[in-house]
Design a protein around this ligand. Structure first.
Ligand code: PLP
Length: 846
């Protein structure tokens, strides 16, 4: 069995299992095999956390030595056996819902954050996709993921002494990444092609093993491609629209073709963000070939089993490509199919119901995803509302409240974010399998003493500070020519960070809406907190600004300059090159995690969830997940109960939020941390820590998230898919073509209202022009007002008007409201469809 393209060496037969161990990224969270990699080459392992690289760089001599070392062999055998047991063990899925997802889920995403040694991500979206995959592996959910193998990925960051961001794009040699070429049974390397204007792009396929799941990766760096094309998959989010379109075509079209080529016919296709929407077109096209059907039938047949998850908070966040670019690239792709570039543009232009091909002159990937999907979801309760608002234009004349977007709040893969100390404590309290269990079996840590919990915090904080000192020594100390005394130098390096001091962490993308400068609104006030003799604060920061985001870079610089003020030196550190490795250190060690995005811009936010398992507390804007999680007991919220309607005037909000943030720190966080009882423990703080760990850790885990996707989305979608057999889909298309012909002639005629005893009875006449009456629903709608909440009452069809046979009378009785508050509306009704997603036709009484 050859796993790798470039076999690093012939391993001693007795150690051959190291290949598959090193290629299963499970080591990135499981840590069982750490001892092996450290034994092979401690330095490489410690500095890269890349087991595959370790295996590739260890000397033959060392290998031979270990092959004779009984202790190593014992550990090796143990790990091989444990891995084997893991592969064959029962899981939640295999025990409780085996087979219900049939051929499983194809999961598409532009980025995956699985480990710092596989740098195929830029931030939250990728980390979420990585955590989703790891939790799917834990639970045994049959997911196969598809992504791109970037040769350079997102930029790597350093800062110069002035605080300017420097960007580097080191080359990721795929042979040194923990991935292997995807081969067919004959050992042939799998390749797929995607037609581009005037040439075919050849894509190489790779495989990353993520426990029980696989991540397939495509890259265009095939020597037979033209030089320019070899770089399509080099950078992530480079900012060039044409390159972006090329990447999205490679991912969506190439990805679907690859699955087909290796005979995987997923039952569900899940898009994590609209970037990968071309996969749904390609899915429909290939279905069409298999079933000899027209494109519209293919679209209708596949739709119920396509899920679109959006993470965007502003409409400007959608990818939109101009018509000429789409035409150029769609011609070669779609030639020989029934789908015209015009029709493709229409599918990405607005909600289309039939074969019309009028379009708006550009292609919006979110609209395309909506037109191809059967279900849609946002990623937190607030984000559901935001999603309804930004998708509203796709549903002309539909109120935002009725837009069919659900939500699944994101979660983090707990075993990837816990520290050795917290892992030990949770194991003691709740057993080994705790992160795979249903949520209801939460386990308060009643048997764990305050002493033990506080010792855990101290150990974690000390390790973070140790890590920071090491990292900062190599980071910016040498740069600091301005510091002349040794003390100043040490201070500038952050080496004065203190193991016992309340440590606040702030790490995220440096971009305006995240407001990384909120704490700097009143520098003097912050200085006072940092320099308080008895109750000091220290701050650890990290984050990258997108290379084109000059505002974001400015914000980094501000922090760097602030940290240079002599009185705060050694109390603030900025860690360069924020990545998964830095994140995992920070979330283990900090006492308080700060997140202060501008409401309601944070779709969900996940970084704060990562501190929960480690006993860190959150101080956050009441936004994203925190708006669901926060109570007085578990942490602190800035501007709780804010509603997202009151968005305007953000400058004033910034000022108010900053004031509130300072107040919470000064009056609540800092005193509580330093308020020790006679045992020397901060009792109130510990209470809060326990509440946060107990109430939030399991809820905001990817375990909960993946179960929710399975139970609330995938399983019902599989069932709906079954009802959409090819003939049924064909019938639906026919029927709705007819309905559309009649629709423009529909109208309401008379409306009547009679009132008695506080009730009003409304009667309306509707003319249906031959649309079968059972396909129509008439409703009476009143918006929320001082007379009551929003109501939506079904109007009963009472009788058909004699005459044409197309007139019907509808009626309902509702609590009285003033004239004009109730409005009748008429829409389609069909249990087979997800309405209004699949057909937004609606008529309001004028
Ligand atoms: C968790 C994580 C993120 C996402 O953080 P948010 O600020 O909550 O969106 C981004 N980058 C890295 C490296 C992370 O680990």
């Amino acid at each position: 069995m050859t796993l790798a393209a470039y076999t690093p060496r012939s391993l001693p037969e007795s150690l051959a299992g190291l290949f598959s161990l090193a290629l299963d990224l499970r080591w990135s969270w499981h840590h069982g095999s750490d001892v092996l990699w450290r034994a092979l080459e401690a330095e490489t392992w410690d500095s890269t956390k890349n087991a595959w690289l370790v295996l590739n760089s260890v000397s033959g001599e060392r290998m031979a030595e270990l092959a004779e070392d009984p202790e190593f062999l014992r550990q090796y055998q143990q790990q091989i056996q444990a891995h084997d047991e893991f592969i064959h063990a029962g899981t939640w899925y295999s025990n409780e819902c085996s087979g219900s997802l049939e051929n499983g889920i194809a999961y598409f995403c532009m980025e995956y954050g699985l480990s710092e040694c596989l740098p195929l991500y830029s931030g939250g979206l990728g980390v979420l996709a990585g955590d989703f995959l790891k939790a799917s592996s834990d639970l045994g959910v049959p997911v196969i993921a598809v992504g791109l193998l970037y040769q350079q990925g997102y930029f790597r960051q350093a800062l110069n002494p002035d605080g300017d961001q420097l960007e580097f794009y080191p080359y990721n040699d795929p042979t040194m990444l923990p991935v292997s070429p995807l081969r067919d049974e004959d050992g042939q390397w799998q390749r797929v092609t995607v037609p581009f204007p005037g040439r075919d792009i050849r894509l190489r396929a790779w495989k990353a093993q993520v426990g029980r799941c696989q991540l397939l990766l495509l890259d265009s760096n095939d020597p037979r491609n033209e030089p320019g094309d070899r770089g399509i998959t080099s950078e992530l989010y480079s900012g060039d629209p044409e390159k972006r379109l090329q990447q999205e075509m490679v991912l969506g079209i190439g990805g679907w073709r690859l699955l087909r080529q290796i005979n995987i016919q997923p039952t569900i296709c899940h898009l994590n963000e609209g970037h990968c929407a071309f996969a749904l077109i390609e899915r429909a096209l290939s279905w069409q070939v298999d079933h000899q059907a027209d494109f519209e039938t293919a679209r209708t047949a596949n739709r119920p089993t396509n899920l679109f998850t959006t993470h965007t908070s502003v409409a400007a966040g959608f990818d939109v490509f101009p018509e000429p670019l789409i035409k150029l690239y769609a011609e070669p792709w779609l030639s020989g199919t029934q789908l015209t570039p015009q029709r493709l543009l229409a599918l990405g232009g607005r909600n289309v119901t039939s074969s019309e091909s009028q379009h708006t002159g550009s292609l919006n990937m979110a609209w395309l995803a909506l037109n191809m999907s059967g279900r849609v979801n946002g990623v937190s309760r607030i984000h559901q509302k935001v999603t309804q608002a930004i998708f509203q234009p796709f549903f002309p004349r539909w109120p935002a409240e009725d837009i069919p977007a659900g939500y699944v709040t994101n979660g983090v893969h707990t075993p990837s974010w816990d520290s050795p100390e917290s892992d030990a404590i949770w194991t003691r309290a709740c057993g080994k399998d705790r992160w795979c269990k249903p949520l209801l079996q939460s386990c308060p840590m009643t048997d764990i003493s305050d002493q033990d919990l506080w010792a855990m915090r101290l150990a974690q904080r000390s390790r973070l500070i140790h890590y920071l000192r090491q990292r900062l020594t190599s980071q910016h100390c040498e740069h600091d020519a301005a510091a002349n005394s040794e003390k100043e130098q040490t201070a500038a390096c952050g080496l004065l960070l203190d193991n016992e001091t309340l440590t606040l962490g702030f790490a995220r993308r440096f971009t305006e809406y995240k407001r990384p400068d909120l704490l700097l609104k009143d520098e003097e006030r912050l200085v006072r907190m940092l320099t308080d003799r008895d109750r000091p604060l220290q701050i650890v920061l990290a984050g990258k600004a997108h290379p084109h985001d000059s505002r974001g870079k400015q914000l980094i610089k501000r922090w760097k300059q602030f940290s240079r003020r002599p009185e705060v030196q050694g109390k603030i550190v900025f860690v360069e090159d924020y990545d998964l490795g830095v994140a995992s250190q920070l979330v283990q060690g900090v006492d308080v995690w700060l997140n202060c995005p501008r409401h309601p811009w944070e779709a969900c936010g996940t970084s704060g969830m990562k501190v929960l398992v480690n006993g860190g507390l959150n101080l956050s804007q009441y936004d994203g997940w925190w708006a669901e999680a926060w109570t007085d007991e578990v942490g602190w919220a800035i501007r709780p109960e804010a509603s997202f309607e009151e968005l305007e005037n953000s400058d004033k909000h910034d000022e108010d939020d900053a004031r509130e943030l300072y107040g919470i720190l000064e009056q609540q966080v800092i005193p509580e941390f330093y308020e020790l009882d006679h045992d020397g423990l901060p009792k109130e703080w510990m209470k809060r820590m326990r509440a946060s760990m107990d109430q939030l850790t399991a809820t905001y885990s990817a375990n909960r998230m993946v179960r929710e996707y399975v139970e609330a989305f995938y399983q019902p979608m599989v069932a709906l898919g079954h009802q959409r057999q090819p003939e049924v889909a064909g019938g639906i298309v026919q029927e709705y073509r007819e309905i559309e012909k009649h629709w423009p002639k529909l109208r309401f005629s008379a409306v009547n209202m009679q009132e008695s005893e506080g009730l009003q009875t409304y009667t309306v006449d509707a003319y249906l022009d031959g649309i079968p009456e059972p396909r129509i629903a008439v409703e009476l709608v009143a918006e929320a007002s001082e007379y009551g909440p929003r109501t939506l009452a079904k109007m009963e069809m009472k009788f058909a008007r004699s005459g044409s046979g197309h007139g019907f009378v509808y009626e309902c009785t509702v609590p009285a409201r003033p004239d004009g508050h109730y409005t009748p509306r008429l829409r389609l009704k069909d249990e087979r469809l997800n309405l209004p997603l699949e057909n937004p036709s609606i008529l309001w009484l004028q």
